[in-house]
Design a protein around this ligand. Structure first.
Ligand SMILES: NC(=O)c1ccc[n+]([C@@H]2O[C@H](COP(=O)([O-])OP(=O)(O)OC[C@H]3O[C@@H](n4cnc5c(N)ncnc54)[C@H](O)[C@@H]3O)[C@@H](O)[C@H]2O)c1
Length: 255
């Protein structure tokens, strides 16, 4: 018996670094996994990399209500229901001071990172209620509990989803749906390469060394380390955990 036998998981941002790591972990432990992301080729590559018959994909934009309803319905049609949602899709926006920050980028980051999560909750919670409950894990960030220069849209969005999570955990409790956030510090994915380049154009390697040095454990996290927390929060071992902010940050938020 594996931890996620007979469980159906939808993972948004499913072809990204953390999404693939989560797809691997959940499918290895028995779940049926639907990876949700924007680009079909990238999704096909992600499914091939995970290499399990338990994994398939849906092309959807998390900012478009019909498409979110669509991937939710697809999980139900393909696998019989939905038990777990990892609301993980996200974009970083630009690295710029507020005074220079493009308004359209600010709005885009909020659309993906906040509205995308809201829509995920809106369509997933009723499906989970039909199964007697479920678990939703939202990927926030260390930028959800701390501020810093240059990342106003991202920081705002990752704080905002903690508010969404707290609302949803209260509304979910009577129907058996637990809702939590995971809050990683820098993790080894495409997103950090983009942020390093944004912080130090042409000197991304030095930016990485400097950033890693600010983390008490002295390094970035691995996608699998975030996936491990997602799996714990989605499992029966976390049956009394809802409404919580779970740091996976090498100690960053302790400073
Ligand atoms: N990498 C880090 O250091 C780090 C740290 C803290 C939090 N996070 C968060 O982790 C999550 C996953 O990021 P990652 O590190 O795997 O980066 P990533 O860029 O590898 O993955 C993000 C994925 O989200 C997808 N996505 C973007 N917009 C979308 C949309 N509108 N609809 C559907 N999918 C969309 C992208 O195509 C991409 O595959 C994000 O929410 C990110 O903010 C990452």
């Amino acid at each position: 018996m594996s931890r996620f036998d007979n469980k159906v998981v939808a993972i948004t941002g499913g072809s990204g670094g953390i999404g693939i790591a989560a797809g691997k972990l959940f499918s290895n432990e028995g779940a049926k996994v639907l990876l949700v992301d924007l680009n079909e080729d990238a999704l096909k590559k992600a499914v091939a990399e995970i290499g399990s018959d338990n994994v398939s994909y849906a092309v959807a934009d998390v900012t478009v209500a019909d498409q979110v309803e669509g991937y939710t319905n697809l999980a139900v049609e393909r696998y019989g229901g939905l038990d777990i949602l990892l609301a993980n899709a996200g974009i970083e926006g630009n690295v710029m001071p507020i005074t220079a920050y493009p308004t359209e980028t600010f709005e885009k980051v909020l659309a993906v990172n906040v509205t995308g999560v809201f829509l995920g909750l809106k369509y997933a919670m009723p499906e989970m209620a039909k199964r007697g409950g479920g678990s939703i894990v939202i990927t926030s960030s260390v930028a959800g509990v701390k501020g810093g220069p240059g990342l106003c849209a991202y920081t705002t969005s990752k704080h905002a989803v903690i508010g969404l999570m707290r609302s949803a955990s209260n509304e979910g409790a009577p129907i058996g749906v637990r809702v939590n956030t995971v809050n990683p510090a820098p993790v080894e994915t495409r997103m950090m390469r983009s942020l390093e380049e944004g912080m130090a154009p042409g000197a991304a390697d030095q930016a990485k060394v400097a950033m890693a040095a600010t983390i008490p454990l002295g390094r970035y996290g691995e996608p699998s380390e975030v996936a491990d927390m997602m799996a714990f929060l989605s499992s029966d071992a976390a049956s009394f955990c809802t409404g919580g902010v779970y740091m996976v940050d090498g100690g960053s938020s302790s400073k």
